[in-house]
Design a protein around this ligand. Structure first.
Ligand SMILES: C[S@@+](CC[C@H](N)C(=O)[O-])C[C@H]1O[C@@H](n2cnc3c(N)ncnc32)[C@H](O)[C@@H]1O
Ligand SMILES: [Zn+2]
Length: 269
C-alpha cells in the first residue's frame, strides 16, 4: 500500500483522514503495518491491503463472505459455467463497462466488490497501452477474493489499489471517483439501499454508478428459456432494485445485458 492510496481513504469509524503510524518515503510500499486517524482509531495493513471494516459485519453477510472466502480460488472457473448456459461470453461482456469511460484523459474508477478483479482484467484487454490514465481501486469484504484479485493484478502488471472494506460503509472519501462499478453482489446484500447510497456518495457529481447483477429482462422472463433459468437459479428472478435507490440518484437508466439475463442500472448525482 502506497501514500496516494491512503489519501483516497477515510477512517470507517469517524470519517477522518488517515495516516501511516510512521514516516514513509513517497514511493515506499507498505506490506504490513498500521494506519491511524487523528482520533486514534487504528487499522491494519495485511499483505499490502488496508483492512477498514467497521462496524463488525452481521450474521447474514458473514455467511456470504465465508462462502466467497471458500470459493475464491475456484470462482473464475465457476463463473465460466454461465457462458455455455446463458449463451454469453462473460469476459467480453465485462468489457461493456468500458463504454462509460471518457475517450481520453484520467479516470478514477472503483470496482466495489471487486471479487477476483475480472472487470479490470477486461479493462486491461481493451486499454493495454493506456492503463496509465486510470487510477484503479478495488474493494471487497472477502479476504479470499482479494487475495486472488491481488495475484491476478500482479501477474498482469496493472496498478490497482485494493481495500478490505464493507459496501455498507465504504472507507473512501466522498465524491472521489469518476466511475463506480459494481457487478454481481447487490441482489444478496442485506441492506441494498445502504449499499447503493454508499456507491452514490463516493462518485463525483456528473460521474456514473453502474450496477449489474442477475435478473432477467421482461422478455426473457416470459420465455420458456427464462422460466428454465429461474427454476435452476432463483437469483435470476431478481428485478432491478429501483425501490432501493437513494433519493438523490439522478438520470437513472435500466437496461438488460448478457443476452437479457442481467440487469444494468446506471445512475448519477
Ligand atoms: C458474485 S461475487 C462478484 C465478484 C465480482 N464483482 C465479479 O463480477 O465477478 C460478489 C462479491 O461481493 C462481495 N461482497 C459480498 N458482500 C459484501 C459486502 N458487504 N461488502 C463488500 N463486498 C461484498 C463478495 O466477497 C464477492 O467478491
Ligand atoms: Zn477515526
Amino acid at each position: 500500500m502506497k501514500g496516494p492510496h491512503l489519501a483516497s481513504l477515510k477512517c470507517p469509524e469517524c470519517g477522518k483522514r488517515l495516516k501511516f503510524n510512521r514516516e514513509i518515503l513517497p514511493t515506499e510500499s507498505i506490506e504490513t503495518g498500521q494506519i491511524v486517524c487523528e482520533r486514534g482509531h487504528s487499522w491494519s495493513i495485511i499483505d499490502g491491503i488496508p483492512s477498514l471494516v467497521y462496524p463488525t459485519i452481521n450474521e447474514k453477510d458473514a455467511k456470504w463472505i465465508k462462502e466467497y472466502d471458500d470459493m475464491a480460488e475456484a470462482y473464475d472457473e465457476l463463473v465460466k459455467q454461465y457462458d455455455d448456459w446463458l449463451e454469453i461470453d462473460m469476459m467480453k461482456e465485462r468489457e461493456r463497462f468500458t463504454t462509460f469511460l471518457p475517450i481520453e484523459g484520467p479516470s478514477r474508477i472503483i470496482d466495489v466488490s471487486i471479487g477476483t478483479a475480472a472487470n479490470f482484467v477486461a479493462l486491461h484487454s481493451n486499454f493495454k497501452n493506456q492503463m496509465g490514465r486510470f487510477n484503479l481501486h478495488g474493494m471487497d469484504l472477502s479476504t479470499g477474493m482479494l487475495k486472488v484479485a491481488k495475484r491476478k493484478i500482479v501477474d498482469l502488471g496493472i496498478d490497482v489499489s485494493l481495500t478490505h472494506g464493507n459496501v455498507f460503509n465504504i472507507p473512501y472519501q466522498s465524491s472521489f471517483f469518476d466511475i463506480v462499478l459494481h457487478t454481481g453482489g447487490v441482489n444478496t446484500f442485506s441492506d441494498i439501499h445502504g449499499a447503493l447510497s454508499e456507491m452514490l456518495r463516493i462518485v463525483r457529481a456528473g460521474g456514473e454508478v453502474i450496477v449489474i447483477d442477475e435478473g432477467l429482462s421482461p422478455r426473457m422472463r416470459d420465455s420458456d428459456k427464462g422460466k428454465e433459468i429461474i427454476k435452476a437459479n432463483s437469483l435470476f428472478a431478481a428485478r432491478p432494485p429501483l425501490e432501493f435507490l437513494p433519493e438523490k440518484a439522478r438520470n437513472v437508466e435500466v437496461s438488460y445485458v448478457m443476452n437479457d439475463t442481467f440487469y444494468q442500472m446506471v445512475f448519477s448525482k
